[in-house]
Design a protein around this ligand. Sequence first.
Ligand SMILES: NC(=O)c1ccc[n+]([C@@H]2O[C@H](COP(=O)([O-])OP(=O)(O)OC[C@H]3O[C@@H](n4cnc5c(N)ncnc54)[C@H](OP(=O)(O)O)[C@@H]3O)[C@@H](O)[C@H]2O)c1
Length: 341
Amino acid sequence: MATVPDWGEKTSGSEVAERFQGSIRGRNVLITGVSPNSLGESTAAAIARHEPNSLVLASRTKAKLDEVANSITQYAPRVRVHCIELDLSSQASVRKAAVQIASTVDHLDVLINNAAVVTSERKETAEGIELQFGTNHIGHHLLTSLLMPLIIAGANQPREPSMARIVNVTSQGYRLSPIRFHDYNFQGSEVPPEEQPAEWIPAHMKPDPASGKPYYVFTAYGQSKTANILHTVSLNKKYGGEGIRAFAVHPGSIWTDLSRNLAPDDLKIIEGTSTFWKNQDQGVATTLVAAFDPKLAGVTDRVYLSDCQLEDVVDHAKDPALAERLWLLSEQLTAGDGQYS
Ligand SMILES: NC(=O)c1ccc[n+]([C@@H]2O[C@H](COP(=O)([O-])OP(=O)(O)OC[C@H]3O[C@@H](n4cnc5c(N)ncnc54)[C@H](OP(=O)(O)O)[C@@H]3O)[C@@H](O)[C@H]2O)c1
């Protein structure tokens, strides 16, 4: 259980950060996906107010990173803010960013894998991987592997509790699709029933067979967000013994720029998916609980949080065999060397 059982959808990130300020002070925290009006910005802002040692902001657009960093230095002048250009849709960029990060900090206490993209049109990464899977999961898988020496160094810092955290920002949209191992790239290979969207999902939220197109935006998003959770399962299995705990977080529904690449009909679908829209500060509360609540250090039976509390997930996002299969696929798609190069 988390420290505060009463926290829920209306809890603000500021309140969570204040409560856990002892876990933030002096820590090195890296956040991916930081630009004005994003959850990455609000996450950074809430943390910056409680004297972390270093805040490493890693994202795609330098001008947006600089804008966020400049505003942080106005209200938190003592925090070291480092901006790293990182394009998760290019593995060369991920490798370059990892080298820069390693020359910026000697350890990481918290890695928050927050960046994501959603797009109605099928696109690909530099390596030819479907863009949502390739950016939201594969890019973060590679980044996390490359940063692992720094995270292990974070877990070994001499202090109590001695531990490091990895937070993968997922979405309750993970329910929309399992990992499509037979067609993760949406190229039209036959997909067995257990890899297809579940029967209960409404017709307007899954591919229309009459369209003849294998790609559907929300199935692809769902696959990438399931991958975020299965990645979390694997990180705990492989690195739990090193003092690292990983959690996956659904932040809630918040109007950000995430929908910028949606076609008008797809945007309408999103508008109908929530009865409560959180503000930005409320939208980062669950991420901050996952990153800093000391009580979560002892949790080993669940990995997913929503509205500031642990929750169970459906089988396709927690089966250890699927997690291992995804890990092997991800290693294969990133050449699997896990080394700085
Ligand atoms: N907002 C919601 O209602 C909601 C609901 C459920 C889950 N989530 C999750 O919350 C997280 C944050 O989303 P958000 O709402 O803050 O979205 P957002 O406003 O679109 O922010 C996404 C961030 O990711 C960055 N990014 C996109 N592609 C990238 C790439 N290839 N390499 C590096 N950075 C990249 C963007 O940078 P640029 O601006 O420079 O492109 C931006 O800073 C995501 O994981 C999302 O899936 C959000």
